[in-house]
Design a protein around this ligand. Structure first.
Ligand SMILES: Cc1cc2nc3c(=O)[nH]c(=O)nc-3n(C[C@H](O)[C@H](O)[C@H](O)COP(=O)(O)OP(=O)(O)OC[C@H]3O[C@@H](n4cnc5c(N)ncnc54)[C@H](O)[C@@H]3O)c2cc1C
Length: 293
């Protein structure tokens, strides 16, 4: 099928894009890499009078690292993030997710901003950003604001961004000292969306106990999820101890997956337990090596 007709707008700068979003408001939709939006439009699941293609805005295409802080421009592709040496070496959890998104064709086109803003509970980057307690920077013609990744997802395909706002960048800051993070995705075949995915990030103290923890979940509810229960269970526990079992139970309680093509609800909750144990062990291993996440 072909999409319903629309006016195609192609701003060359952020300022121009924000002006168009202000002018057309609810009638317009941002198009970035098109990997999620175009299939929906072609199937006529959705249509808009105006499509604002932001892919020419070069100022939003960057990866900047200053010490333990990483800032990613929204139009950076998931392939660019995957191929960044700094990300692979120092923010391995992001590399875990990017290298598991679909296939190279999709990763070459799909953007970080699109992956995070589509609001698809099956997209891999949101759980990672939730676990890392990332900040999402939003901008409109009237101003700027920042939202924590854990507060960005309101419903399936619905985020906290208003129709006039655009996600412009993502900021991640990891604490000094022994910090570890990992993302484990269980999928049926190469290139698939996940059956379930778990992202975990935490600091380790001198006695090998977990400090502040972040836990994000993929494909386990109507939105990308934060499991505050699992975070609480992990904090103060040993990475190979009873706390992990309690974290699995808490994450199951915070989840609400539906049975579908990828597996039954029961199977997804079973998988959650297995991959959370693996994910905590992987993150703990990384935390032993200071300066890497
Ligand atoms: C075959 C296939 C398999 C896939 N498998 C996976 C997978 O395993 N894991 C995974 O994570 N993803 C997967 N995806 C999705 C893919 O990663 C998309 O690239 C991503 O979800 C959307 O990024 P995009 O830049 O293409 O966004 P678009 O499709 O252009 O836009 C998606 C949505 O985000 C909004 N948007 C885009 N940019 C912004 C912004 N800066 N600010 C505010 N709103 C914005 C758009 O308005 C739209 O609503 C798959 C896609 C395909 C086609």
């Amino acid at each position: 099928m072909t999409p319903a007709s629309f006016d195609y707008l192609s701003p060359a700068s952020l300022e121009e894009a924000l002006g168009l979003l202000k002018e057309h408001g609810d009638d317009a939709k941002i198009l970035a890499g098109g990997q999620s939006l175009i299939p929906l439009m072609k199937l006529r699941f959705t249509s808009f009078p105006y499509v604002i293609d932001v892919s020419r805005i070069k100022e939003l295409k960057y990866i900047r690292k200053e010490g333990r802080k990483l800032t990613i421009g929204a139009l950076t592709t998931t392939a660019e993030l995957e191929e960044s040496g700094e990300v692979r070496d120092e923010f391995q959890i992001i590399h875990d997710a990017c290298s598991n998104i679909a296939d190279p064709l999709v990763r070459n086109m799909g953007t970080v901003g699109g992956n995070l803003s589509h609001g698809d509970p099956g997209n891999d980057l949101p759980a990672v950003m939730i676990a890392l307690k990332a900040r999402f920077n939003l901008q409109s013609a009237s101003g700027k604001r920042s939202v924590s990744a854990g507060d960005y997802y309101k419903d399936t395909f619905t985020t906290d961004a208003s129709p006039e706002e655009m996600l412009v960048s993502v900021e991640i800051e990891i604490p000094d000292g022994r910090f570890g993070a990992a993302y484990v995705k269980h999928k049926r075949r190469a290139g698939d969306f996940s059956v379930a995915g778990v992202a975990v990030a935490f600091s380790l103290d001198g006695s090998g106990r977990l400090g502040s923890a972040g836990v994000g979940l993929t494909s386990l509810g109507p939105t990308p999820l934060r499991s505050a229960g699992a975070e609480k269970a992990l904090e103060g526990s040993k990475p190979d101890g009873e706390g992990v079992k309690k974290a699995v139970e808490a994450a199951r309680a915070d989840s609400n997956p539906s049975s579908d093509f990828y597996g039954s609800r029961e199977y997804k909750l079973f998988v959650l337990g297995k991959i959370m144990e693996k994910c905590v062990a992987e993150a703990a291993g990384r935390a032993q090596k200071e300066g890497s996440a």
